[in-house]
Design a protein around this ligand. Structure first.
Ligand SMILES: Nc1nc2c([nH]c(=O)n2[C@H]2C[C@H](O)[C@@H](COP(=O)(O)OP(=O)(O)OP(=O)(O)O)O2)c(=O)[nH]1
Length: 132
């Protein structure tokens, strides 16, 4: 049987030579690290979903700068299709409304956190780009 397809957007928030990683604060993947974002609602563009999710999760405004990659990954109960965009914080500040922790990671320590399995593809795309 085909797995249910879940469409997600994720923000690769860049500042200087670092990207923002956040630790999931609840649910099945609690304790795993991810790029902030979430599911796209019906009728939303990916960019609109991203701006909404970052407001909900980080109480921050972002500008969506460019498309980076799409991670495709089969979890046991669903297929994840995750579009990732390079973004910038409009103000420097953010709050962790849903996550346990956040870290700014650079190219030397990008692999130090326990990334969600799908995110290894995104880490590779960051490494192959000149994003950080
Ligand atoms: N936001 C985000 N989600 C990711 C990443 N990597 C990854 O596998 N995922 C998965 C985890 C979730 O199953 C799904 C994102 O959905 P979500 O953040 O809305 O999570 P959720 O299911 O807890 O949300 P909700 O239904 O409670 O609103 O994508 C990532 O880097 N960022």
């Amino acid at each position: 049987m085909d797995l249910k397809r879940v469409e997600v957007v994720a923000a690769i928030i860049v500042r200087d030579d670092s990207v923002l990683a956040t630790e999931r604060g609840y649910g099945e993947f609690e304790g795993w690290w991810e790029f902030p974002g979430g599911k796209v609602d019906e009728g939303e563009t990916p960019e609109q979903a991203l701006v909404r999710e970052i407001r909900e999760e980080l109480n921050a405004s972002i500008s969506v700068e460019s498309y980076l990659c799409t991670a495709e990954y089969d979890y046991s109960t669903f297929h994840l299709s995750m579009r990732c965009y390079v973004c910038k914080l409009i103000d420097d500040e953010f709050e962790l409304l849903e996550h346990h922790a956040a870290r700014w990671l650079n190219s030397d320590n990008l692999r130090e956190v326990k990334w969600l399995p799908a995110d290894i593809q995104v880490v590779e795309a960051i490494e192959a780009s000149n994003v950080i």
